[in-house]
Design a protein around this ligand. Structure first.
Ligand SMILES: Cc1cc2nc3c(=O)[nH]c(=O)nc-3n(C[C@H](O)[C@H](O)[C@H](O)COP(=O)(O)O)c2cc1C
Length: 328
């Protein structure tokens, strides 16, 4: 199966979801090195992006100029959305993604994110403005609807396709569900049936088995993985191998895993600077250690250390656990 976007093939059709505060440049690069059809940068508020000082914008590192990165913009105002899209394209963005799925109160109270699903005419105004503003493909990421009484993703998708959207990703939950319950992959099927453009299934896909089930239930053209990649940046490549015959990833174990995590750690410190880097890195280290089954005292020592050298020195012991477990 292939996913084609404005004549360009996204291969394999296994995409990294945007996760604000997590899928930053170092993490997207790591996932890309293993293999992913596309990665999406964390959402950026359109007006803030346009009004930001160039130095602040440069630090945002949204992946401008990187062929495998879609730059995601959010907002409720057609003018700022169009200006943000133009700016992103001018900086080299190859794909613009519009966020219509974020359920966060501070986003929906500004009538952005998933709030746009309550007013499709307004949502369409934004989509049309963004599509008209740029010549790169524009994609849309959204949910099943606002709530059980408002499941309008198929309607939105149909109108978005007519307005020039090139691909739609559906998180199989409503806004009212936030992240509770389970993603309903079968509910994505009517969206797929409503349009001719590629539809990507998202939500609770964490490995090959869940990807296969999501594809069977949704009939979607590909999958998008978010939280399942935390601590397991190779998981997209593994799914791509199992389902689409992409090269098998070389999943690091033991010493190789410790070296990979150490490199990711150094990249985060370099990217954010030491103080912020230490804080951001703790989330990722925690996930790596969850996956490795690191013993609690060692885990705690690493997550409370304030000296990067100490963290780096302890990583081989902390991450060897996975290898031991697998050898057993
Ligand atoms: C911490 C966090 C941050 C997120 N940030 C974004 C975002 O910036 N833009 C967006 O469209 N979705 C965002 N999402 C939603 C995810 O992209 C995805 O749709 C959702 O997590 C379901 O997929 P998953 O089960 O594979 O994680 C975020 C989700 C989480 C948990």
């Amino acid at each position: 199966m292939t996913v084609s976007l404005a004549g360009r093939t996204l291969a394999p059709p296994v995409l990294l979801a945007p996760l604000a505060g997590i899928t930053d440049l170092p993490f997207r690069q790591l996932v890309s090195r293993f293999g992913a059809g596309l990665v999406v940068s964390e959402m950026v508020a359109s007006q803030e992006m346009v009004e930001a000082k160039p130095s602040v914008r440069a630090r945002a590192e949204l992946g401008f100029g990187q062929a495998n990165t879609a730059v995601q913009i959010a907002g409720r105002d057609a003018y700022w959305m169009a200006e943000a899209a133009k700016l992103a394209e001018g900086q080299g963005a190859r794909i613009i993604d519009i966020n219509m799925g974020c359920p966060a109160k501070k986003v929906v109270n500004g009538y952005s994110g998933s709030a746009l699903m309550r007013d499709l005419d307004h949502a369409l105004g934004l989509i049309e403005a963004v599509v008209a503003a740029v010549s790169v493909p524009v994609t849309l990421k959204t949910r099943l609807g606002w709530g059980d009484a408002c499941l309008n993703a198929a309607d939105l998708a149909r109108r978005a396709e007519a307005a020039g959207i090139g691909m739609i990703t559906i998180h199989g939950r409503t806004r009212c569900q936030f992240y509770k319950g389970h993603a309903d992959w079968a509910a994505i099927a009517p969206v797929k049936a409503a349009v001719g453009i590629p539809v990507i299934a998202n939500g609770d896909i964490t490995d090959t088995a869940t990807a296969r089930r999501a594809l069977a239930a949704s009939r979607a053209d590909g999958v998008m993985v978010g939280r399942g990649a935390q601590g397991r940046p190779w998981v997209l490549a593994q799914i791509a191998h199992d389902l689409y015959g992409a090269p098998a990833p070389d999943i690091p174990r033991g010493g190789a895993l410790a070296r990979m995590v150490a490199e990711h750690y150094r990249e985060m410190l370099a990217f954010y600077g030491r103080d912020l880097g230490l804080r951001v890195a703790r989330k990722h280290l925690g996930w790596y250690m969850d996956d490795a089954g690191t013993a609690a005292p060692l885990r705690r020592a690493i997550l409370t250390a304030s000296d990067p050298a100490e963290v780096l020195a302890r990583l081989p012991d902390a991450l060897a656990a996975r290898q031991d477990r697998e050898a057993a």
